[in-house]
Design a protein around this ligand. Sequence first.
Ligand SMILES: Nc1ccn([C@@H]2O[C@H](COP(=O)(O)OP(=O)(O)OP(=O)(O)O)[C@@H](O)[C@H]2O)c(=O)n1
Ligand SMILES: C[C@](O)(CO)[C@H](O)COP(=O)(O)O
Length: 231
Amino acid sequence: MKYQVVIPAAGQGKRMNAGKNKQFIELEGVPVIIHTLRVFQKHSLCEGIVLVINDKERNDFSFLLERYNINKVIQTVSGGRERQDSVYNGLKAVNNEAMVLIHDGARPFIKLATIERLLEVAAIKGAAIVAVPVKDTIKRVEDNLVKETIERASLWSVQTPQAFRFPIILEAHKQAKSEDYLGTDDASLLERIGQTVAVVQGDYTNIKLTTPDDLLLAKAILDQKEEKDYL
Ligand SMILES: Nc1ccn([C@@H]2O[C@H](COP(=O)(O)OP(=O)(O)OP(=O)(O)O)[C@@H](O)[C@H]2O)c(=O)n1
Ligand SMILES: C[C@](O)(CO)[C@H](O)COP(=O)(O)O
């Protein structure tokens, strides 16, 4: 199923502490955001990319899109205070494609096979997300004391892309905004209004580059990278 993808890349990268937006950090000489965009640029089912950026970085992004010939970007839109605001701004620029994916610019290692499996499920279920089973024990902690150990068998660590039939995710964002609800992912905006969301198992290598140690993992992942998986 053909789709458009919204790529939020308007964050500040505070936890990365790199002194710049982590999207511009180079991995093997190529900026993180380009690694991410290249996957969708090459995917024949991707009909367009809406890139969400900080206006102060518009020239930087434009230069990179030109240099790396990322010509599937149909619009670059301004980000907002929170990731959710940025995504909503991006959704409003999608030209009413039946299916929309939302994928963090900070997740450069998404595989084509995962995207294709996600699309198949989202086409049937209306909404689907990529996730991996949790490997560690998860506990709820308050004031450095364990309050609860959460049964691990049903816990998943959620990633992106998240795929939705366009009208339902646009409406969910609209409703969350009108009710001042802030979620940490887009699927939660559907869950809170009673919509079902399917889960597709992805890869543990589909990491979000968040803190400096993630760059060590990124190097190891790139060392093992099979071009065919991504491009
Ligand atoms: N207001 C925001 C916040 C985040 N993002 C994007 O959403 C993705 C996931 O967010 P995160 O990893 O938290 O990125 P940052 O917000 O940049 O990181 P930090 O919280 O450490 O500042 C990233 O691609 C980021 O650029 C965005 O477009 N707009
Ligand atoms: C959307 C997400 O990547 C799913 O794991 C995650 O919630 C983003 O969190 P962030 O703090 O905005 O990076």
